[in-house]
Design a protein around this ligand. Sequence first.
Ligand code: AMP
Ligand code: MG
Length: 496
Amino acid sequence: MPLPFDNSYVRDLPGFYQRCPPVTVPAPLLLFFNRGLAEELGLPLIGAEDDALAAMFSGNALPECAEPIAQAYSGHQFGQFNPQLGDGRALLIGEVIDRHGRRRDIALKGSGRTPFSRRGDGKAAVGPMLREVLIGEAMHALGIPTTRALAVVATGEPVYRERPLPGAILTRVAASHIRVGTFQYFAAHGTDAQVRRLADYAIARHDPGLAESENRYLEFLRVVAERQAELIARWMHVGFIHGVMNTDNMAISGETIDFGPCAFMEAYDPAAVFSSIDEMGRYAYEAQPRIARWNLARLAETLLPLIADDEGRAIELATEVIDGFMARYQWHWLSGLRAKLGLAGKVEHGDSVDTALGESWLDLLHAQQVDYTLAWRRLADAAEGNESPLRALFPGQPGLDRWLERWRVRCAAEDADAGVGRCRAEAMRRINPWLIPRNHRVEEALSAASEEGDLAPFGRLLNALGRPFEEDPANSRYTEPAPDEFMREFRTFCGT
Ligand code: AMP
Ligand code: MG
């Protein structure tokens, strides 16, 4: 079956990848196919049979014009530079121009060994690949930039981890797979000309408006930083913890990428960390903005020779961008916070007032271990005068009353008429989700799929996650926080 591929990475960047066919799998079986996304991508697959899709998206029968490549990249993993990473279990098979005119990568993950596999088997298991579907599609429905899942195919053969698990291949769609680590690879192993070539390619693909700017590489750094500042603020506002923010897992496009050990926070705790390998809490919830800045500083280092001939001058210019990151993050965080609080605009001296208001709300949630998602959602009820659902979340200290009083005063400062409560509540419900991927529900769906081959719970959960802002009694079971015992033991894994 032909797909309308146009493979610019292969064409424009020889030397930045290795050609590599996928490994054939014995019994491909389609577990998931995202028809809406296929349509958005303009793929002529609407009437295709499941078996044909399974053959295609397992790599057994790649479409014509596919040019499978493994991309080279390096990365700082938990702060340590690893010069040789690259696609060890993934292959970019081609690019398409979607219905909106955007170039999108189509890549397989779990498709077998590549020249970058090191000691790994190049494979993936059903559970982690379906997990990537659930979390990625949830992020998308929440309106957060993210890579997406097009298909998951079971391979019919086991992968060996602590125990044998059913194998699977995910098809991932991304604005591109260029990472901070891609720049690091060519800065470490290549020439300045190669870094420039990569930067020019990235600019042409993601930021064509910069091509004419006076110092386009500096401006490129600035827009990449801006996208990350906004992205991380969005994560923080839904309680998303990426879990492995290594530089190879940070995309230049500003999409969330690599849903390995990520999780959504339930009871509010700035120090929350779920990844089994993150023993020091490097990638804890509250650390994410700081880590993004750190990763961007690594990107900046690779661009220095492009930014100015004089190294001192280049450092000065790049440092100004990196030093500005926290203020940009704070700006995005505060504008998101206002929306979550139901505030339409600013009042005089509003930034510090609103920041303090938000922080004391979060302090309350933390002190009383209140569920982050429910608290925000029920604050919308309080905006309409219905406080009891919110009160029921708090064990009873008086702090809530004092805080609600402050919030009401602040709301009143921008309310011209009394009918505004209803509008405020509705606006808050459009921004504060009713439903997020609750960790116990995700685990329940994945274990049914992986252990019993029962995809029904996965399908139901996926369906519910597609409408996170709409209250639907049929989906109530997905809104309840996980039991304390579950969260005490809950650990996530990289899925390797
Ligand atoms: P990740 O933790 O998934 O971001 O992966 C980090 C690096 O390890 C990347 O270079 C991956 O391609 C590689 N990798 C992860 N799992 C495997 C595997 N099973 N086989 C080969 N390479 C892998
Ligand atoms: Mg990765």
